[in-house]
Design a protein around this ligand. Sequence first.
Ligand code: UN1
Length: 510
Amino acid sequence: MSQLLQAQVAEIFACLDVALPPTEAEAPGDSLLHSRTPIDGSLLACVAQTPRAEMEASVRRLAARQRDWAAWPAPRRGELLRRWGLLLREHKPELGLLVTLETGKILQEGLGEVQEMIDICDYAVGLSRQLFGRVIASERPEHKMRESWQPYGICGVISAFNFPVAVWAWNAAIALVCGNALVWKPSHRTPLCALAVHGLLHRVLADAEPDWSAVSALWLGHSDAGRFLVEHPDIRLVSATGSTAMGREVALACAPRFKRTILELGGNNAALVCASADLDLALRAVLFAAVGTAGQRCTTLRRAFIHESIYQPFVARLKQAWASVTVGDPRAPATLVGPLIDGAAFDAMQRALDECRALGNRVSGGERLLQQDFPGAHYVRPALVETDAQHAVMLRETFAPILYLCPFRELDEAIALNNAASHGLSSAIFTDSLHEAERFTSEQGSDCGIVNVNLGTSGAEIGGAFGGEKDTGGGRESGSDAWKSYMRRVTSTVNWGQGLPLAQGIRFEL
Ligand code: UN1
């Protein structure tokens, strides 16, 4: 299928009017990234890695434009994001397909990811006229205090394979509108998605008057490119999405340089299904959250705690749903679950399931599918694991479609199980009881950054701040006032009188 898919990629780039990068013939072998589709494991394209000298030169270019960009009025920066959003709208079908080809997520989700980019552009346009500060009462007569927000400097974004365009866009749209230059190091698995969407942004920036194309750079490479970004003294903020191990490295490298970090790392998300829950609704929500994106979202539902009074019937319904989910080619409209990203993901899933079997847990699903049709790919039936206690394997984030099921008796016991994970990204409760819903969302409830009622753990909208606590890294991206993380807070006290009263009533006179 390789040639067919390669032709399709070429067609997408032609349609976007973005240049396809140099291929094997034009770049030495070891400096190439191989973009393979998880659909059948075949090669989509070979893409040149960004050479070190070019990374250095691009930081110089970013630094040279940073001051001018920061001084350009925010609403005019917003206007450029509006134009980018229009291009994304125009090319949503091709971009959605490219996401599907390079990540293996189903077309609906590929399109959803592009929609998330469009939404954040709209958000950023509005934000460009609302970067509000405030005026604070001063204790001194004829003084006023003002808090305002200034651009922060060059921001670096490191993104993961599973959201190859949307997560960068949350960061990029907000960082740009806040007046920052930007460099992006996408996952080495998804260079084509990055080239496509960055190419469109670049066109908008280059067509502007003046030409702003030098305020955004794209670096393709492996972790050494990420390390260069994290360690470069002129890049003042690093927003990184990926594993907790990666985030810890980023945090440790940034700390001695006092670089600001925004970390959005792993999750090990749970849902509580209470006795009063609407089970039809809960079933649909649990299914999408657990098997959507083949279990490869940081917000994927991994643990379900189900009230003992409904445990048996609800688990029976889950098993039925799991068995009937269509797994297959993510381009086919009937498919709900596409392939895993690679063989390592498949092996990690099998190891976790083996561990569960060794503990005596009942495992359904998890087997390899479609090997004959796609020998180079990794399709699996999503798995359910029935257990009666929270074992160590459940407290690990296995980036695959495994849902652990465990009964509970008291709400507080289930809340404790939810909070026992080292991650703190997303959580959900299914209940018709006001008491239970409010308790779960209160300070006595879930300790996560996202706490939902009667919907699943994944699929957050861009309007809210996105992120979580503990091993999830503590960063917040996207909506609400997350923009403040990309700006420098300035407190100015202005004395508009003629005397010089000191704060705290201090007298200091000759
Ligand atoms: C991720 O998996 O890194 O809430 C981000 C969601 C998506 C973002 C997931 N909007 O599931």
